[in-house]
Design a protein around this ligand. Structure first.
Ligand code: SF4
Length: 370
């Protein structure tokens, strides 16, 4: 860590300071090149009261590490801290099911705190938002990558005709859009790419996104679960009812809106609560939203290390997430000890939820379920 500078309100006068319960930023750690860039200056102007602390690399911020189990400190760091960096290596990773490609990140970290979150904790367990400021390089890379793919030859689980790029693997784009125009630039980029589509999952309703005019080239996947689960597990997110209420508005504004029914948590009463959620969708979504809707169904995957951490701050969540009598262990590609429902339990759960969808929301096409 090097100099500490105080910011002045006149860095970029056109920006309006962000007013959000999620972000009351007091400190911005920044690589000098990121702070000096137009996008970096935009972020700093949105948080004019913040102190700028220059760091040699966005990876090397010791202050942000070592807060496992200290949720008060996580939430404070998530609320009060941002990081600015330059994304060095740009590549789109092949994916399957949800998207064909994972786009290079324009951010990582999150201001929310879901108890099951599997987004890698790159900056301690608080994992505040890092914004990558070289957005023009990232969108340029994406344009070239899309051009190289040509026209999609055959329909797949991601989309019948378009190449789908997940732009929010390591963050929640709806919150990222509070911090900078990176998401607006991505939406504008895909608006001009008729063979491709951006896609991101979200648990936050940011109505500023309604003004971005995506022209059908961005898919928003609102994550949904019964409110009784979300109230325990989806910490700091928009309430489920607010997400459902936003669907018609986002469709009307030109987004494709899909529903992520995930994670599905098996517990006493889960079928009744998922039935009520599906009935609520059937009652509240208009016909236009229903006609374009599709869903992903994803059963809960949990993690032993995260279980241990959660026991320290949120044991109530672990009553839902940690069910050894129903779960089996699996070592993931990155060496983490994951736990997921036993094959027979999972199969039965997926089948039952698909039956419930067929009965209560028959218009909801399931793109995949696992
Ligand atoms: S909103 Fe997504 S990225 Fe953020 S904490 Fe929840 S699961 Fe993780």
């Amino acid at each position: 860590m090097t100099d500490a500078l105080t910011l002045f309100d006149d860095v970029v006068p056109a920006e309006t300071p962000v007013a959000s319960r999620l972000l009351q930023v007091r400190t911005v750690y920044a690589e000098p090149a990121a702070a000096d860039s137009p996008r970096g200056r935009q972020v700093l102007a949105r948080f004019p009261g913040a102190e700028l602390v220059e760091v040699p690399s966005h990876w090397q911020i010791p202050d942000l590490h070592g807060n496992e189990g200290n949720v008060d400190r996580w939430v404070r760091i998530k609320t009060e801290t941002l990081v600015l960096g330059v994304k060095k290596s740009l590549s789109a990773r092949p994916n399957d099911r949800s998207a064909n490609w994972i786009a290079p990140s324009t951010a990582n970290g999150c201001a929310m705190a879901c108890a099951y979150c599997y987004v890698p904790r790159r900056k301690g367990y608080a994992n505040p938002i890092t914004v990558f400021t070289n957005i023009d390089q990232i969108t340029g890379y994406l344009r070239r990558h899309v051009a190289r793919q040509g026209v999609k030859a055959a329909a797949d689980e991601s989309d019948p005709v378009s190449w789908v790029y997940d732009i929010g693997e390591n963050s929640d784009c709806s919150v990222d859009a509070l911090v900078s125009d990176n998401v607006a630039d991505l939406v504008a980029t895909f608006r001009e790419l008729p063979t491709a589509k951006a896609s991101f999952a979200t648990k936050y309703v940011n109505r500023d996104l309604l003004d971005l005019d995506p022209e059908g080239r961005t898919r928003v996947r609102f994550s949904l679960m019964p409110d009784a689960d979300a109230r325990v597990l989806d910490v700091r997110t928009s309430r489920v009812a607010e997400r459902i209420a936003a669907v018609d508005d986002f469709v009307g504004a030109g987004y494709e809106v899909h529903l992520n029914l995930s994670p599905v948590v098996l517990r006493d009463g889960w079928e009744a609560d998922w039935t009520a959620l599906l009935q609520q969708l059937d009652d509240e979504l208009d016909d236009v939203s229903k006609a374009q809707a599709a869903a992903e169904v994803i059963m809960l995957t949990h993690n032993e290390q995260l279980h241990e951490v959660n026991l320290g701050w949120h044991p109530q969540a672990e009553e839902l997430l940690w069910r050894p009598e129903l779960q089996q262990r699996k070592v993931s590609q990155n060496g983490q000890l994951n736990v997921r429902y036993r094959n027979d339990v999972k199969r039965a759960g997926v089948t039952r939820l698909q039956e419930l969808i067929g009965r209560h929301a028959p218009w909801l096409r399931v793109r995949y379920a696992f």
